[in-house]
Ligand binder design. Structure first.
Ligand code: ZN
Length: 502
């Protein structure tokens, strides 16, 4: 994500005070005979910042999303869309499952099957109350920020079993907001939707295990009114098909992807197809309604993408996915997000932001945060990559950017943020970006060019297609440098004051 503009406030210390609620349903095999022990999958992936994001008990392999979307009518009609979806989710059980959950917010389920067998909708049962047969229920508690679709499969699911769940769902789309009040998820716009799910807003448009630790592949079939364009991750699977006033767009994203990096933005886009010298396909989608000034900025930046890819391949290793490109939307969301293979930009694509979102493809997307408290690994690296791009393209040096950060006075609140644990409402505050970038520059100076960039490439290759934590980064750099960096990282990442020696 590119920096959201906000003041550093006192909200940083807020901690989500919701614990995980255990579900009943454990049952041993009869007569003490060793056998499956069916229990409920966890309601969350175990993330301290977002306890109900993601789920336990299974590993999603693939999401096939079949969506029909009608954008709002012209003003003054409400800014609401109509959404119908069929999600086909292929997953493998990681325990013997009595029940399991998806995250789904603001849309309603009309039917659901497990391995082709229908489940019936029931009211959420009280704790300890058994439900007969195959069933599902949906809790949507906006005040507690709990949105859980629970499925009770019958027969129960054995560990290791592959399960196909089909969910028919839909409703009216609005403009969801995250824990800090920023727009995210399926953000309905006058001409379509800008779809940006970080950190756990993807549950606003399909049933999902909405945490980076459960990556999956994706395919999309998105039907919109004729003349609208729907752009998702990856590459077109086939040409769009128009019939009866509707156009269906087909996209296929075969690289493992964290849920927050999924997009299916809809708008009045011009599609521009090109490729790098190495043959990597680039697909840009630029909104027809950009202002002339924003169009000029965007048209100056997007052609630099192939050169930026080359610079970052030299720094971080081979580009990790099958395609790239940018979606530039005329909207009021106010930030950009590095959705996988195809970042989304609000209003304009500024050169430094284009470098930032591109760098996230290696740093955040190929290697994703294992916990949301590790967000500095995304934003510190992407900020540092902006500095690298500047340096490599004839602009200010990384050292100059570093000195700029270090010119912030000692008593400024900027230095009070512990960037290795900024709190759930501190994910996108300035220090996560700028102190994060400064941390990496200080590391580069301390251990030298060779060890620094060898470590960066090792980081990406070792954790590619997965997730990693701050401790993992420290281990990689201690190996790459042969140095004990414990004090260095404590000073930079875990001390709520300005670093003075390291
Ligand atoms: Zn970012």
């Amino acid at each position: 994500m590119s920096t959201r503009t906000r003041a550093l406030g006192g909200a940083l210390a807020v901690v989500v005070g919701i614990g995980l609620i255990g579900l009943p349903g454990a049952s041993a095999a009869p007569g003490g005979v060793p056998g499956p022990r069916f229990t409920a999958g966890a309601e969350g992936a175990g993330d301290a910042y977002f306890p109900f994001a993601g789920n336990g008990g299974y590993d999603v392999q693939h999401y096939d999303l079949d969506i029909t979307y009608t954008p709002p009518d012209p003003a003054p009609a409400p800014l609401e869309g109509e959404f119908e979806g069929v999600a086909t989710i292929t997953m493998v059980a990681t325990q013997d499952l009595d029940r399991f959950n998806f995250d789904l917010r603001g849309l309603d389920v009309s039917a659901l099957t497990v391995n082709g067998r229908p489940a019936r909708a029931v009211e959420p049962p009280a704790a300890g109350v058994e439900v007969d047969g195959a069933a599902y229920w949906h809790v949507q508690d906006d005040d507690a920020r709990v949105w859980e679709l629970t499925v009770q499969p019958r027969p129960k699911i054995m560990k290791g079993q592959t399960v196909t769940v089909v969910v028919w769902y839909g409703g009216t789309t609005t403009r969801p907001r995250d824990i800090e009040g920023f727009l995210y998820g399926w953000v309905t716009t006058r001409d379509g939707a800008m779809v940006v799910g970080e950190p756990e807003g993807t549950m606003t448009w399909y049933p999902v295990s909405d945490h980076p630790t459960d990556k999956a592949t994706y395919s999309f079939e998105i039907t919109v009114p004729e003349a609208k364009v729907a752009v998702a991750n990856g590459l077109p699977a086939r040409d769009p098909v128009t019939a009866g006033g509707w156009t269906t767009w087909y996209w296929d994203a075969p690289d493992l992807q964290a849920s927050y990096l999924t997009t299916a933005s809809v708008g009045d886009y011009e599609l521009r197809f090109s490729e790098t010298d190495d043959g990597l396909p680039i697909i840009d989608a630029v909104d027809d309604a950009l202002t002339p000034g924003n169009r000029a900025i965007t048209d100056g930046s997007l052609p630099l993408q192939p050169e930026m890819i080359a610079v970052f391949e030299a720094a971080f290793g081979p580009y990790p996915f099958n395609s790239y490109g940018s979606i530039v939307d005329d909207d009021s969301v106010g930030y950009a997000l590095e959705t996988q293979t195809r970042p989304v930009y609000s209003l304009r694509a500024v050169e430094s932001t284009v470098a930032h979102e591109l760098a996230h493809q290696w740093l955040g997307n190929a290697v994703s945060p294992g916990r949301w408290q590790d967000i500095w690994l995304n934003e510190g690296w992407a900020t540092y990559a902006e500095w690298i791009w500047s340096e490599e393209s004839g602009g200010a040096s990384a050292q100059a950017f570093f000195e700029d950060v270090m010119s912030i006075p000692d008593d400024d609140g900027f230095w009070e943020v512990v960037i290795a644990d900024p709190g759930p409402t501190g994910l996108f505050v300035d220090p996560v970006y700028d102190r994060g970038g400064a941390t990496l520059h200080a590391l580069r100076v301390k251990i030298g060019e060779t060890a620094f960039f060898a470590g960066a490439r090792e980081w990406v290759s070792r954790f590619n297609d997965g997730t990693a934590t701050t401790e993992d980064l420290e281990a990689v750099y201690e190996e790459a440098s042969g140095q004990d960096l414990g004090e260095f990282f404590d000073v930079w990442l875990r001390t709520p004051s300005k670093p003075t020696s390291w």
